[in-house]
Design a protein around this ligand. Structure first.
Ligand code: MN
Ligand code: MN
Length: 287
């Protein structure tokens, strides 16, 4: 059950309202990495969770995110309020000023509506916990950027609090994932195919205009990794393994045209066509 307590989780005060900054704050209100997305993702994962301990964790953090939504919404509203009455302020965002009366709504910082498509809910606890760890990291970095673009000390205080809590959540999700004691590459139940699982396909060739070329790094140059250069151009010794058997691609000679250029299609004049159609319909209705 939810219960509203008439206090913010963190007291919000601001100096001078900055409508343009208020609009940026909406990224954490109705944006992809914002507080509503976090609240819904964790709470709905919690509804689907059969493990009582992890369900408790997911519901606790999901509920805290709703409190964050209230804090960031209150802060954004303070900064956006002048757009209700000041033409100059309204220029910061006509959608907010004209449609929203200077209030917050579930849009991101560029006016895209919030969507459940932001949520990552798979019903596999370890997979969902990884999504949550990444979500917290994204929220942290968005708060950091907002703090960097803010001169108002009261706003900064609230943002610092919200940013800090994301690290706290990140730690809790990481601890929960570790407590599951699942090896990191063990996802689901079906085992990956041997050999293929350890192949690194180097699917790029040549040298770029800026001198970019293939580099060796731990992910492609390690005793546990079999590096295969340009697999699309190789005949594999054993196609039964499941990799592609591919011949080198014979490219067309791009320096000479292969056929005469196509003539543009003769388009019917749009005005004439429309006229005829209208006339035909009129005739039909008279019958
Ligand atoms: Mn949060
Ligand atoms: Mn969080």
């Amino acid at each position: 059950m939810y219960h509203h307590v008439k206090k913010l989780m963190y007291t919000v005060t601001i100096g001078e309202a900055d409508p343009r900054f208020g609009k940026m704050l909406l990224e954490q209100f109705g944006g992809a990495n914002g507080e509503l997305a976090a609240a819904m993702q964790y709470s709905i994962q919690g509804l689907n969770c059969d493990d009582p301990g992890l369900k408790d964790l997911l519901m606790d953090i999901g509920t805290e995110e709703l409190s964050h939504l209230e804090v960031i919404g209150t802060l954004a509203r303070m900064h956006l309020k002048p757009t209700k009455s000041s033409r100059e302020a309204a220029d910061a965002d006509p959608l907010i000023a004209i449609c929203g009366g200077g209030g917050v709504s579930l849009y991101n910082s560029v006016g895209n509506a919030w969507t459940a498509d932001y949520l990552k809910i798979t019903g596999e606890l370890d997979v969902d916990l990884r999504s949550n760890i990444a979500a917290e990291a994204r929220a942290k970095i968005v708060y950091e950027r907002l703090i960097d673009f803010c001169d108002d000390s009261g706003s900064k205080d609230a943002l610092q609090f919200l940013m800090t809590r994301e690290i706290t959540h990140m730690k809790a999700f990481m601890t929960a994932l570790a407590a599951m004691e699942k090896p990191p590459l063990t996802i689901g139940l079906i085992k990956p195919s041997p050999k293929i699982v350890d192949q690194y396909f180097n699917t790029s060739t040549g040298m770029g205009d800026q001198g970019e070329q293939d580099l060796l790094a731990p992910w492609n140059d390690d005793s546990t990794v079999e590096r295969i250069d340009a697999p699309a151009f190789q005949k594999f010794a054993d196609p039964a393994l499941g990799t592609r058997r591919a011949e080198p691609i014979e490219g067309p000679d791009l320096s000479s045209p292969t056929q005469v250029a196509a003539q543009p299609m003769q388009m019917e004049h749009a005005g004439d066509g429309a006229k005829r159609k209208r006339g035909g319909q009129k005739d039909k209705s008279k019958e």
